[in-house]
Design a protein around this ligand. Structure first.
Ligand SMILES: [Fe+2]
Ligand SMILES: [Fe+2]
Length: 262
């Protein structure tokens, strides 16, 4: 069996620290061959910097995926342009730095990771994730044994629809962005492993990462400009795929939802 670990959106310092401290032991526990980390919320006010991206890679990530905050910090642009083990959603306008597909080989397996962003409740200017995603999968299928898709999207319906749209072609399609892990991991009829959202890696006592004392007033109409990720008890959310090396299909899925003292 070949094991891939996916880690949900790293949120702030709490998320970074819990990842750096506990990723190696998770990789050991699940006998992981390849690790994908979504790093789009690594810094305050979102985005990621080169320093933290390299720290994630040093901690054991094989590739970093991003989302709607991919371009919030221009510090990451050179690393994106080099394509140094970091990708951003493929269906952004083509003038944006970086690529949305990462191809590599590890432990005898050729792997393609594709990052896409949804359109529903997100930036409508992006090209269609369905059309772009299908083309990308077709483009890499002769060069990859395993194709994994990180679909960074808000709407559960858009995520499920893309899962079915790529069913039988992608090895696994999982969602990121909502920061709440869903409980619908399953194998679709065509053989693609599907999960609506892997969740987030960051502070437990928070509103999707944000301090609840800042998040709640926003819903009460206060236009506060304050932005602070919460701290304290941390969680790691993710999923492990066990992939059969004879036919490259997912046979096992284990969701990760661990808590660690702050
Ligand atoms: Fe996120
Ligand atoms: Fe996001």
């Amino acid at each position: 069996m070949y094991y891939i670990l996916v880690i949900g959106d790293i949120v702030g310092k709490t998320g970074r620290n819990v990842l750096f401290s506990h990723l190696p032991e998770l990789q050991k526990e699940f006998d992981i061959n390849f690790t994908i980390v979504n790093g789009e919320n690594a810094v305050t006010r979102n985005g990621i910097t080169e320093k933290y991206a390299y720290q994630m890679l040093e901690a054991g990530a094989d590739v970093i995926t991003l989302g709607n905050h991919a371009f919030d910090k221009s510090d990451i642009f050179p690393m994106l342009e080099k394509g140094d083990r970091i990708i951003r959603p493929l269906n952004y306008p083509p003038d944006r730095p970086g690529d949305g597909v990462y191809l590599t080989e590890k432990d005898g397996m050729r792997i393609a990771v594709i990052n896409l962003i949804g359109k529903v409740y997100l930036d409508e200017k992006n090209s269609c994730p369905f059309v772009t995603g299908k083309k990308a999968v077709e483009n890499v299928k002769d060069r990859a044994d395993i194709i994994v898709v990180d679909f960074h999207a808000e709407a559960t319906s858009e995520k499920q629809a893309l899962g079915y749209y790529l069913d039988g072609e992608a090895t696994a399609v999982y969602g990121t962005h909502t920061h709440v892990q869903t409980n619908d991991d399953r194998i679709l009829p065509g053989g693609t492993a599907y999960l609506t959202d892997v969740g987030m890696t960051g502070p437990v006592e928070s509103v999707i990462g944000l301090k609840k004392e800042i998040a709640i007033p926003r819903f009460l109409g206060e236009r506060t400009k304050t932005f602070e990720w919460a701290e304290g008890e941390a969680m790691i959310n993710g999923i492990v795929y066990g992939i059969d090396e004879s036919d490259f299909k997912v046979r096992e899925m284990t969701k990760i939802n661990r808590r660690y003292n702050g």
